[in-house]
Design a protein around this ligand. Structure first.
Ligand code: CO6
Length: 525
C-alpha cells in the first residue's frame, strides 16, 4: 500500500489544491502523513467539494455540484505530483439518474472468464449497495457479485450458464441518487476502482460486518472481506483482523505472540466448535444416471481448471520416492493432545503434525519450497511455507493452502485447517485460500487409500501423498513382534530441480520428526 510520505509538504498540498487560499490544517497533514494515499486523495476531493459548495452558497444557487470535469482536470493536472502514488487520478462521469455499466472486475489469479451460475436479479429489479446480483464460477472459486450502487437493473448482459468476461459489462444499473456520484468521486483512481469492485465480490453465504474504515483498509490491500475471519462481536471484522490476514498472506508483518490467535475468542461459532458433521468431507457427487446414449458437454469450472493444471503438470519430469513411517508415538501423542485442542475450539487430526513437520524440513531443504520459471533459467526460493492440502469437497478436488506454516504453531495450523476444511465442505473457498501454494500434501489415507502417485501442482516442485495409518506387526529392537501404526508416504518431486538424494534426505527428516514427535519441540519457535 502506498503511503503518503513526508516528501509531500504543505506547500505541495496547497498547490495540489489548485494553489488557492486553502490552508491545510495540521491535523489533516498528520492524517496524511500516517494515512494512505487514498485518505489523502479523499481529503483533496472533500476539500474541493466543500469549496464548490461554498461557492454555491455564496451564489445562493441550487444544490448543484461544481462541474466534475473542472475538478477532474484540476486533479489530473496535479497527477504528476502523485508519482509516488504511482497512479493518475480519475473520477467517473456518472451522474444521478444515469445508467452505469457495472463491469466484471479482475478477480486475480489471471482469471479472464467466469461462468454465470445464477442470477439473483432480473431486469427491472431494484437493488441497493451490497445486494447480491449474481453468482459466478471461476476456475477456482464460486463468487457472489454484489452491487456497488442503489438503483434499478436495466440490463443483464448474460444468461445463466454463459461465460462472462472480466472487464466487460455484467449489468446496467440505473442509479437513483447523486449519492452514488459522491462515492464514485471518493473512489477516484482507476486501479483503486478495480479494487473497490473487488470488495463487491463476496464468497457466497458469508455476510461480512465491518466499519467503512475497515472496508477501505481491506480494499486498499486488495483483500476480500468475505475471506477474513472477524474477531469482533458477532464476527465483526476489525482492523486487526485485516492486518493479521495480510500478515498471513504476505509474511511481511510478523504475527504478534504465537498464542494470541488462540487466546482471542474465535469469532464465528461455527469455526470455534466445528461440528464433526461440518468437517466430514461431503459425500461424493452423485454419478450421472446412464441415459442410454453418450452425452458430451463442455468442461466447466473445476473440471476445466483440473484439466488445465494437470496438463501443465505433465510437462514436469516427476521423480517418485516412497517411504514407511511408524507413527505409533504420534498416535499416542495426538490422543493425549486432542482434548486440549478441543478446549481451544480446535479439532486436531494428524494433518497439522504432517504439515508442521514438512515446514520444519523445508527450512533445511529450501529447494523443495521453490519454483522454476517456464524457460528453466531461474529458481525462486519462496520465503513462505504455504502448504497446500488436497481436499475432497463437494465441488471436487481442491488444494487450499495453509499460509506461512513456518510462523504457526501446530495448534494454529490445526485451527487454519479447520477453517479451510469447513469452507471447503460448504463450497465457499475463495481465491486467497486456493492460491499461493509452495508445497503440497495430499492425505489419501483419510479416504482409505494406502499408496498413491501424487502429481506436482505447478509452479510447486514437490508433493507428498499420505496413505492410511494401519496397525501392522513390526519387530522392536529386541526382535519382538509389536503392534505399530504404519503409514506410507509417496513423494513426487520435479526432477529438473530436485535429485533423488535430496528428496530422500528430506523424507528421512520428515519421517524422523513424526516417528519421534517430541523432537519437533526443539525446532518450534
Ligand atoms: N490414516 C488414518 N486416519 C486418518 C488419516 C490417515 N491417513 N487421515 C486422517 N485420519 C483421521 C483423522 O485423524 C480423523 O480422526 P478423528 O480425529 O479421530 O476423527 C479422521 O480421520 C477424519 O479426519 P479428517 O479427514 O476430517 O481431517 P484431516 O485433517 O485428517 O484431513 C483433509 C483433512 C482436508 C485432508 C481431508 O478432510 C480430506 O479432504 N481428505 C481427502 C483428500 C483427498 O481427496 N486426497 C486425494 C487427493 S488425489 O492424492 C491424490 C495422488 C492422488 C491419488
Amino acid at each position: 500500500m502506498a503511503t503518503f510520505s513526508s516528501r509531500v509538504t504543505s506547500l505541495q498540498v496547497d498547490w495540489l489544491l489548485a494553489g488557492r487560499t486553502c490552508v491545510t490544517s495540521a491535523s489533516k497533514m498528520a492524517a496524511m502523513a500516517r494515512g494512505s494515499s487514498a485518505v489523502f486523495r479523499r481529503l483533496l476531493v472533500q476539500q474541493y467539494r466543500r469549496r464548490c459548495l461554498r461557492i454555491q452558497e455564496v451564489c445562493g444557487g441550487h444544490a448543484v455540484l461544481c462541474p466534475l470535469p473542472t475538478m477532474d482536470s484540476k486533479l489530473q493536472m496535479c497527477s504528476g505530483s502523485f508519482q509516488m502514488l504511482g497512479r493518475a487520478l480519475h473520477t467517473s462521469a456518472v451522474r444521478g439518474g444515469a445508467v452505469v455499466q457495472f463491469k466484471l472486475s479482475d478477480i486475480g489469479e489471471g482469471i479472464m472468464e467466469v461462468t454465470v451460475k445464477e442470477w439473483y436479479v432480473k431486469e427491472g429489479d431494484k437493488v441497493s449497495q451490497f445486494d447480491s446480483i449474481c453468482e459466478v464460477q471461476s476456475d477456482k472459486a464460486s463468487v457472489t457479485i454484489t452491487s456497488r450502487y442503489d438503483g434499478v437493473i436495466t440490463k443483464l448482459y448474460y444468461d445463466a450458464d454463459e461465460v462472462a468476461l472480466v472487464g466487460k459489462p455484467l449489468v446496467d444499473i440505473h442509479t437513483e441518487s447523486t449519492s452514488d456520484v459522491i462515492q464514485e468521486e471518493d473512489v477516484v483512481e482507476t486501479p483503486a476502482m478495480a479494487r473497490e469492485e473487488h470488495t463487491h465480490q463476496e464468497i457466497k453465504g458469508l455476510k461480512t460486518q465491518a466499519t467503512p474504515a475497515v472496508r477501505r483498509l481491506a480494499m486498499e490491500n486488495n483483500i476480500k472481506l468475505s475471506e477474513v475471519v472477524g474477531s469482533g462481536k458477532d464476527g465483526r471484522i476489525l482492523k486487526e483482523d485485516i492486518l493479521n490476514f495480510l500478515a498471513k498472506q504476505t509474511g511481511a508483518i510478523l504475527p504478534p505472540s504465537p498464542f494470541q490467535e488462540i487466546q482471542t475468542p474465535p469469532p464465528a461459532p461455527s469455526l470455534a466448535t466445528p461440528s464433526p458433521a461440518a468437517l466430514k468431507p461431503p459425500p461424493a457427487a452423485p454419478r450421472r444416471a446412464f441415459a442410454g446414449k453418450d452425452v458430451t458437454e463442455p468442461l466447466k469450472g473445476f473440471h476445466k481448471a483440473m484439466a488445465k493444471s494437470m496438463t501443465a503438470a505433465l510437462n514436469i519430469p516427476h521423480l517418485g520416492l516412497c517411504e514407511q513411517v511408524d507413527l505409533s508415538h504420534l498416535v499416542a501423542l495426538r490422543a493425549q493432545l486432542k482434548a486440549d485442542a478441543q478446549g481451544h475450539g480446535v479439532k486436531l487430526s494428524y494433518m497439522p503434525f504432517f504439515i508442521k513437520a514438512a515446514s520444519l524440513c523445508l527450512a533445511h531443504f529450501p529447494i523443495l519450497n521453490a519454483s522454476l520459471d517456464e524457460s528453466c533459467q531461474n529458481i525462486t526460493y519462496k520465503a513462505s511455507h504455504n502448504i497446500g492440502v488436497a481436499m475432497d469437497t463437494g465441488l471436487g478436488l481442491l488444494v487450499p493452502t495453509v499460509k506461512n506454516v513456518q510462523l504457526l504453531s501446530i495448534l494454529e495450523v490445526a485451527q487454519e485447517l479447520n477453517r479451510i476444511q469447513e469452507l471447503g465442505a460448504a463450497g465457499q473457498l475463495g481465491t486467497a485460500d486456493l492460491s499461493g501454494g509452495t508445497f503440497s500434501l495430499s492425505n489419501i489415507g483419510s479416504i482409505g487409500g494406502t499408496y498413491a502417485k501424487p502429481v506436482i501442482l505447478p509452479p510447486e516442485v514437490a508433493i507428498g501423498a499420505l496413505g492410511k495409518i494401519q496397525v501392522l506387526p513390526r519387530f522392536d529392537a529386541l526382535g519382538h513382534v509389536t503392534r505399530a501404526h504404519i503409514m506410507n508416504v509417496s513423494w513426487s518431486a520435479d526432477h529438473r530441480l530436485i535429485d533423488g538424494a535430496t528428496m530422500c534426505r528430506f523424507s528421512n527428516m520428515w519421517r524422523d520428526f513424526l516417528q519421534n514427535p517430541a523432537s519437533m519441540l526443539l525446532h518450534l519457535k
